[in-house]
Design a protein around this ligand. Sequence first.
Ligand code: SF4
Ligand code: SF4
Length: 165
Amino acid sequence: MASFLKIAIRNLFKRPSTDPYPFGETFVPKGLRGKAQYNPKACVACRMCEYVCAGGAIQIREVADKSGLEFILWHNTCTFCGLCEHYCPTKAIRLTEDYHTTHRQEDKYRYVEKGFIKYVNCARCNTPMVPIAPELFNVAFEQVNTEIEKLRHLCPKCRQERALQ
Ligand code: SF4
Ligand code: SF4
């Protein structure tokens, strides 16, 4: 009994050992898989993330005026599996350590990550195409020289023809 009283009195003067969250910030373990973040500048629209997404949270679609592609990720559908980040060749999508994912039910369709990839024209045939992010060439080639750099501005068909030449 005496030892119980000792512990009770000691605990009265100690700070609470529980976490203050949601009234204060909490500890974030390293490598936590939190809210996904998307960088359209590094995206090459390969759609791998959409394909592997365990929660079906990602959609990439052409916009109505056909000027480019819209990327949308519903945070409330994301299961934080990390497959999108793992398979993205350019790391245009990654999971941050941001754990603030609570939201009201009526906000679920507004709680999204959005991005837009504007088409550019092929330097040779003028066909609209998805711009090729430098990140992709950095992954594909050990050294990107000026000849390789020129390929970035060609559509897949012209690139193929140039490569054959
Ligand atoms: S972490 Fe998993 S569920 Fe979430 S967007 Fe990426 S692939 Fe989809
Ligand atoms: S985010 Fe990555 S995996 Fe998804 S379409 Fe863009 S480049 Fe491909």
